[in-house]
Design a protein around this ligand. Structure first.
Ligand SMILES: O=P(O)(O)O[C@H]1O[C@H](CO)[C@@H](O)[C@H]1O
Ligand code: HPA
Length: 270
């Protein structure tokens, strides 16, 4: 491919259409890329797409890797270091997530302000093992994992586009693959998490370690039950259904973000 991406986008469950925004695109199947894991989850196509979005060269992971697929944390996050070596400066992560916050509705968007890397805290951190100094320091800070300027820009864009169901909140990564019990949901909520999912935090830790700027979006695809009296249960098809319904909205938001970031002197990529 002739594209030399500055921005990488990871598509969450059912959000592969974000990659369709790329023009003059070149696609590579994960199975054709040396050392890349394979996508095994429905809603994750398994293609790396290079192209241009509003004049900026981007690379898009149409399908991410999860630990519940049997991968070690370092394997799940392997593509992030590939992006770094390709010259990427900004990582945009998206995911489908369940809501723990009382005021989030299904279909809402949460701009990720911070995360709780529950697996990382419990010893499943992608940076465990010999540190590769070429990428970053042994003890990287994580106090501003999600770029404040990019968060603010996203809020402004949402206002301009007339999106009202947008929040800023905290994402908690769990391993899955089962969805949470009521007691677990209460526990995560009491920790301060607004949304829960089975991805993202590990990718962000590796991205920050190697100096990428990160912006994250969760699409709220379901309400996580925090009360035994609440009826019904979530399944992956429902998650994909909501993603499909809201994917165009996320596509517009991500496109605007990239257009603004690359046109704004204060957010210059280099
Ligand atoms: O985080 P993404 O990949 O968007 O997917 C989310 O949706 C799946 C569950 O329906 C899990 O994989 C969860 O992590
Ligand atoms: O409720 C959820 N829990 C964990 N991961 C998820 N991904 C989408 N929804 C959920």
């Amino acid at each position: 491919t002739r594209h030399r991406p500055k921005v990488a986008i990871i598509c969450g469950s059912g959000l592969g259409v974000l990659a369709d925004a790329l023009q003059h695109s070149d696609s590579f199947k994960y199975s054709d890329i040396p050392n890349f894991p394979q996508s095994t989850v429905q809603g994750h196509a398994g293609q790396l797409v290079f192209g241009e979005l509003r004049g900026t060269a981007c690379v898009c992971m149409k399908g991410r890797f999860h630990m519940y697929e049997g991968h070690q944390p370092a394997k799940v996050t392997f593509p992030i270091r590939v992006f770094k070596l390709l010259g990427v400066k900004i990582l945009i992560v998206t995911n489908a997530a369940g809501s723990l916050a009382d005021d989030y509705k299904t279909g809402d968007v949460m701009i990720i302000k911070d995360h709780i890397n529950l697996l990382g805290l419990a010893g499943q951190n992608p940076l465990i093992g010999p540190n590769i100094e070429q990428f970053g320091p042994r003890f990287p800070p994580m106090t501003s994992a999600y770029d404040k300027d990019l968060c603010k820009l996203a809020m402004d864009i949402c206002k301009r586009l007339g999106y009202t169901c947008v929040h800023k909140g905290i994402y908690c990564m769990v391993s899955g693959p089962n969805f949470e019990t009521v007691a677990e949901a209460r526990f995560l909520h009491s920790l301060g998490a607004d949304a829960v999912g089975m991805s993202t935090a590990a990718e962000v830790v590796v991205a920050k370690h190697c100096g990428l700027r990160v912006f994250g979006l969760s699409l709220i695809t379901n309400q996580v039950k925090k009360d035994y009296s609440e009826k019904g249960s979530v399944n992956h098809d429902d998650v994909l259904g909501v993603s499909k319904m809201r994917a165009e909205m996320l596509k517009a938001l991500v496109s605007e973000m990239i257009a603004e970031v690359c046109g704004c002197a204060c957010l210059l990529l280099d």
